[in-house]
Design a protein around this ligand. Structure first.
Ligand code: TRP
Ligand code: SF4
Length: 396
């Protein structure tokens, strides 16, 4: 890997010199900490060897999740290994982490739902929830004490979304010595060149966060958690460099620890409500937060980017374009309509111009408001459990 990194660097240099010093070849690199993301999922799969989530695999999944059925979860690595564990009744782990830099928004909800879904497939599944307070500090300068507070709210969201608290181990990176020790052990096998080639030139804290995340992902396989076992990490496509790094480390430390290479599923990144790439926690009006009041949510929906036409008359004649509409894609398809038939009808209504955006948004506002109120009620119910999990790691 480090050899490859060096030759990449030389190639880049030669090309730059050949072109009179202008950099003309754009290297395809994913920045998990960046605000923008290349949404070329085909190319991502081609260049980095992510496997497509085929209909054969989906058929083997018990009641496939909405996000899987509709193609938002588009790829995987070694999901086969997890399927075999589910089908054979063997132990496996599902791990996710959250950088506690703010309240949960619709993007984080995708990962949360995938996490809950894969955990629900078998009584033998164990969940691990890493609160990435070190990464939040390295990337967003969030003080560690503040992280705990934010993480508590995030955990309430997870539980309200249906996480089984009896199946999960919760920890903060800064408090988990096994994870920190592993990050250190891994650092022996990683050079600056490797990291620079994967992530670009970054502060050392971010590189270190990547090693800590590798520690997170392999924690379930340590003796204290029952030893090597299939491990699944559901992630957004922007997290793939971390997955590749971790799999590479799992391979290098296989002899020492007996690691099984972690599996991953990949979902597409959600746009913000202005239709811009990668929903970021940094522009609050473009994001729907799970803790928003219905009034605020409806204001955001009213301002959301649609596939509507310039005039009502045009729209009645030509129909809307649901494919580009954030209301249809991000809100209805990804999150708020469970029933596939209803979604299809909605699509048809939009496409044929029998519904206009104003009326459509009013309906969506109603659905989302109801969901948020319901979610708020559930959050209140799980507050004590969330607190206990943050303090003690498990319920037992
Ligand atoms: N880097 C992830 C993010 O930005 C958070 C994270 C930390 C994580 N540790 C993890 C995700 C382990 C999956 C598995 O949100
Ligand atoms: Fe989007 Fe609804 Fe307008 Fe269609 S009618 S473009 S789905 S807001």
């Amino acid at each position: 890997m480090s050899n490859c990194a060096v030759s990449l660097k030389i190639l880049r240099l030669l090309l730059t010199i050949a072109m009179g010093g202008r950099v003309v070849v754009e290297f395809f690199r994913i920045d998990p900490w960046g605000a923008s993301f290349v949404k070329d999922y085909e190319r991502l799969m081609r260049e980095f060897g992510i496997q497509p989530l085929t209909s054969e695999i989906i058929k083997r999944l018990p009641s496939p999740h909405r996000l899987i059925r509709r193609g938002f979860v588009f790829g995987h690595r070694d999901l086969e290994v997890i399927l075999r564990a589910v089908e054979g009744g063997e132990n496996y782990a599902v791990i996710t982490g959250i950088k506690p830099s703010g309240e949960y928004h619709l993007g984080a909800k995708i990962t949360a739902e995938e996490f809950i879904y894969f955990l629900s497939l078998s009584p033998k599944a164990r969940g691990f929830f890493a609160i990435a307070d070190l990464e939040a500090y390295a990337d967003n300068k969030v003080p560690l004490s503040k992280s705990k507070e934010i993480a508590l709210s995030n955990l309430m969201d997870l539980l309200a979304l249906g996480l089984d608290p009896k199946k999960v181990y919760v920890y903060r990176q800064s408090q988990e010595i096994s994870v920190l020790r592993m990050a250190f052990l891994f650092s022996r096998a990683v050079t600056y060149n490797t990291l620079e080639a994967m992530y670009g030139d970054k502060p050392f804290g971010l590189y270190f966060s990547a090693l800590v995340q590798a520690g997170d992902i392999l924690l379930p396989q340590l003796p204290e958690h029952g030893g090597p076992k299939p491990t699944l990490v559901p992630v957004g496509a922007d997290q793939d460099p971390h997955i590749r790094l971790t799999r590479d480390l799992a391979r290098k430390y296989r002899e020492e620890f007996g690691f099984i290479l972690p599996s991953a599923t990949y979902h597409k990144l959600i746009r913000d409500l202005a239709g811009r790439e990668k929903m970021s926690k940094r522009n609050p009006m473009g994001n729907l937060y799970l803790t928003d009041s219905p009034e605020l949510a409806c204001k955001k929906i009213a301002a959301a980017y649609t596939g509507g036409r310039a005039t009502a008359e045009d729209q009645r004649r030509l129909g809307g374009v649901p494919e580009v509409c954030t209301v249809f894609v991000e809100l209805l398809s990804m999150h708020f309509v469970e029933d596939d038939r209803l979604l299809k009808e909605w699509y048809h209504e939009c496409r044929t111009g029998s519904i206009l955006c104003g009326e459509c948004k009013a309906r969506v506002c109603e659905i989302v408001s109801k969901w948020l109120m319901d979610h708020r009620r559930k959050r209140r119910k799980v507050a004590d459990i969330a607190l206990k999990l943050i303090e003690e790691g498990t319920l037992s």
